[in-house]
Design a protein around this ligand. Structure first.
Ligand code: UGA
Length: 257
């Protein structure tokens, strides 16, 4: 099966540094197709050029977030869900471009996380939805499904979740903690992400449209191995750059950073 990695991304000073970090991992994964969705009206030349020389198979899309859904600078950063319409654009693209019974899997990979190469082996053979732990997220060292894996001939099942925050959610996992069969996404035509989801409910609301807990497929050694870490890059400090710009001497004239 092919792995379709759907990544929302938006312009900021460290965008290319993050995208190159992700690219370096994806280049190690066979049969992978990157669906990179820019949060803007039109596809940018910078990202077109980046993808053209990436060495990856890819689709380049653009889907803007309406201004009223954008994070306001002075509001707490978790107030608005991010990457929602971009992931939905990726899903719509899969529905248009993959045959109904395609053997493929979709993974929603934010552009700023850290991914182990081995993570992708874990998700490739997903029947419906596969799940695994995510490191450094939700205010704890890791969040994870608690699973019962009896071995050969017995199905492995998720019996509980170990999380610090909002444990009452039906599927209390981060976006990085699951992959979905593309055939299932094509069948369940109403499955998409919603800006109406309550804060922290984006993932659980989406997964509720696709499966029941009994359908979840534990991966990563019965959900005891961490192969992906949720990250938030420190905003680059550009104090000196701003001073130079006021003097008409910006450092990146004609150079893409
Ligand atoms: C957490 C989850 O890990 C995200 O998957 C989830 O989208 C988010 O919460 C949420 O609830 O909205 P967080 O660190 O808050 O993550 O989000 P970011 O990693 O900053 O953004 C998620 C993705 O959306 C990234 O790929 C980012 O490039 C993209 N994004 C962010 C946009 O496309 N547009 C924006 O304006 C901001």
């Amino acid at each position: 099966p092919t792995i379709y990695v759907i990544t929302p991304t938006y312009a900021r000073p460290n965008q290319l540094s993050e995208l190159n970090r992700l690219r370096a991992v994806l280049l190690h994964v066979p049969r992978l197709w990157w669906v990179l969705v820019e949060d803007r009206e039109e596809r940018s030349a910078v990202i077109s050029n980046f993808l053209a020389s990436s060495g990856l198979q890819y689709t380049h899309l653009a889907q803007p977030t309406p201004q009223e859904w954008k994070q306001q600078d002075n509001s707490p950063r978790w107030r608005r869900p991010r990457g929602v319409l971009q992931r939905n654009a990726g899903i719509a693209w899969l529905r248009h471009n993959c045959p109904p019974y395609t053997a493929a899997v979709a993974y929603f990979a934010d552009d700023d996380n850290s991914y182990a190469i081995e993570l992708f082996d874990q998700m490739r053979w997903t029947q419906k939805v596969s799940v695994w732990p995510v490191g450094l997220v939700g205010g704890v060292m890791l969040e994870r499904p608690v699973c019962l894996c009896l071995g050969d001939g017995h199905p492995s099942i998720v019996t509980d979740w170990m999380v610090g925050w909002k444990a009452s959610r039906k599927f209390p996992t981060d976006m990085a903690g699951f992959a979905v069969s593309v055939a299932l996404l094509i069948t369940k035509t109403d499955a998409e992400f919603s800006h109406d989801s309550k804060i922290g409910y984006l993932e659980t609301d989406f997964l509720s449209k696709l499966v029941e807990t009994k359908d979840l497929e534990p991966r990563a050694n019965c959900c005891t191995k961490v192969l992906v870490w949720h990250m938030n890059a420190k905003k680059p400090l550009l104090k000196e750059e701003m001073k130079l710009r006021e003097l008409g001497r910006r450092t990146d004239v004609g150079i893409v950073v």
